[in-house]
Design a protein around this ligand. Structure first.
Ligand code: ASP
Length: 310
């Protein structure tokens, strides 16, 4: 009789332990990046493959750093620098222009461990706006610098200054904004986003990307989020912070929170196309968009890896 109890006890213990482990699987690290959202456009198979390869190359930068134990902030920064230098996205080289044909760039970065953040808006001559945002976070007492003041600060920090024409390419219709969210091996979350903004915008217009809590947000207790889409709506709905808040206050999963914001809160607003990429503190990923496509790629320490457009 006693022996039966022991066996029953051991079985129950094994059952509970297995199920807990299955449900609570925590990824050692995870990364998601995006290259913007928009209407689906017909694409030749080789063009599609070209973009998927680009996304994978950017992803590889992040995954190899994460495997070696790099910090989430450094990973997000390096991935976005690469995407800014890549001329096929609307960020850094390849950025769209204002009504007057000038490039004005916005970027932001946020550190989930201490809620430090840095952002720049309306940069016309700094090669890598995301590096300028990082300097604002780390080397100034401020969060957001704009225009000439932001440029002067970035130049003072030793960043590469370029002519505005450096950002021009022959592509009249580059892909979108770029962003990256990361969970590293130490449990730190970071988010980074960079953009040329909306094509044909008014000069001086600032989008959601450098507005902390709208297009960019990271908090180690919840989630890291990077957005892309119609920035004015992202600002009005505090999209990135709302996802974090739904997880924090309502206990929603990252998938539920992202879907609720994109489909229930943003969708009913007129002209509201876009999407978000998110990674939570457990390494769960969400990639939601209400447009025809969002360029994206993702990987986890557990072996998940992929890139997709539609
Ligand atoms: N969200 C960006 C902005 O409004 C644009 C984009 O993501 O395509 O500036």
């Amino acid at each position: 009789m006693k022996k039966n109890f022991v066996i029953l006890f051991l079985f129950s213990f094994a059952f509970i332990a297995t199920n807990c482990v299955k449900k609570g699987v925590k990824e050692e690290w995870a990364i998601v990046l995006h290259g913007g959202a928009g209407s689906a456009k017909p694409m030749e198979p080789h063009v599609r493959q070209f973009y998927l390869d680009l996304l994978d190359q950017a992803l590889e930068i992040g995954t190899s750093m994460l495997q070696e134990g790099a910090d989430a902030l450094d990973v997000a920064t390096q991935v976005v620098v690469w995407l800014e230098d890549c001329p096929f996205f609307n960020a850094g080289k390849g950025a769209v222009t204002t009504m007057e044909g000038i490039h004005e760039l916005d970027a932001a970065i946020m550190d989930g461990r201490n809620l430090q953040a840095g952002a720049v808006a309306g940069l016309r001559d700094i090669k890598n706006p995301i590096l300028a945002a990082r300097h604002v976070m780390e080397d100034s007492p401020h969060v957001l610098l704009i225009g000439e003041g932001a440029s002067a600060f970035a130049a003072q920090m030793g960043l590469t200054v370029v002519e505005n024409s450096y950002f021009s390419t022959r592509d009249p219709d580059p892909n979108g904004t770029v962003g990256c969210v990361v969970l590293d091996k130490n449990g730190n979350l970071a988010a980074a986003t960079s953009t040329g903004g909306m094509s044909g915008k008014r000069w001086g217009r600032v989008g959601d990307v450098p507005v902390i809590g709208a297009g960019t947000y990271a908090n180690n207790h919840t989630v890291a989020v990077s957005g892309t889409g119609h920035g004015e709506l992202w600002i009005r709905r505090c999209v990135a912070f709302d996802i974090s808040a739904l997880m924090d206050y309502k206990g929603l999963s990252v998938e539920e929170a992202a879907a609720q914001v994109i489909f229930e809160k943003i969708d009913p607003m007129e002209g509201s196309g876009g999407g978000v990429i998110c990674v939570d503190k457990e390494g769960n990923i969400a990639m939601e968009f209400n447009t025809g496509m969002m360029y994206r790629a993702w990987a986890t320490a557990g072996g998940e890896r992929g890139a997709a457009i539609e």
